[in-house]
Design a binder for this molecule. Sequence first.
Ligand code: HEM
Length: 256
Amino acid sequence: GCDASVLIRSARNDAEVNNNKHQGLRGQDVVDAAKAGLEDQCPGVVSCADIIALAARDAIAMTGGPSFDVPTGRRDGLVSNIRDADVLPDVVDSIQVLRSRFAASGLDDRDLVLLTAAHTIGTTACFFVKDRLYNYRLRGGGVGSDPSIPAAFLTELKARCAPGDFNTRVALDRGSERDFDDSILRNIRSGLAVIASDAALDASNATRALVTAYLGAASSRFEQDFVAAMVKMGTIGALTGDDSEVRDVCSQFNSD
Ligand code: HEM
C-alpha cells in the first residue's frame, strides 16, 4: 500500500524492503534528500508516502512522459514487515496470477497493462532475469531457457547476464530505457520483453488485446490512461487516520 512501509530500514533485516521481491530497489537516497529539504522548510507536513508518489510523477515527466497532478495527503504507516511484500506480483507469476493479484488491489486488466508499461524506463538486475535464461522449467521436463524468447535476443540476454551474475543491470525496455514512451509495449509484442511478467502480457487474450490497442487504435489515449492508472494505484492502502504519522526520517518510524 501507499504508506511508505518499503522505506523502513531494520537492523534485524525483517522490514518489507528485505523481501526478495524488493531486491535491487533503489532511489531511497532521492526520497531521503527530498524529505530532508522539506523538513528544513516546513517540518512534519509532507509524508514519505506522498514524496514517493510525487517522485514517481516527476520521474515520468523528466523522462518525456506526461505531466500530471497526483492527490496528496497520504500519511506514513506504522508497520513494515518482510512478509507484507509476499502479496506483491512476482516476475515468475503467470498472467492469471498477475491479473488476480492486481484485481485484489482493485486494478483491472487495463491497469495491469498500462502500469506494466512503466517498465518503459529503468533497469532490472540479472537476479530477475536469470531463471528465464538458465532455469526455466521445460514442458518435457528438465530446465533450460524460456522458449518464448527469440534466439537472437536470448543470446543477447545471456551475454548480459552470465550464469551466476545476479547484479548486472539490464534495460527493461530494450533500446529505450531513458525515454517514457510506448516502445515497451512494442517490445512485449515482439517477444523482446526482458522480465517474464512483462512477457506474460502476451499470454492472455485480454492483455494481448490491450497491448495491441495501445499500439494502434487507442494509441492517442495511452498517456492519459496511464496517468489515470497511476492516480488509481496511488490510492491503494493510503492512510489518513490515527494509525499513521508523518515520519521525520523516511527510513525510521518516529517512535524508533
Ligand atoms: C506486474 C507487476 C510488476 C512486476 C512483477 C514488476 C517487476 C519489476 C522488477 C523485477 C524490476 C527490476 C527491479 C530491480 O532489479 O531493481 C522492476 C523495475 C521497475 N519497475 Fe516494476 N514490476 C511490476 C509493476 C510495476 C509498476 C506498477 C510500476 C510503476 C507504475 C513499475 C515500475 C518499475 C520501474 C520504474 C522499474 C525500474 C527501476 C530501476 O531502474 O531501478 N513496475 N519491476
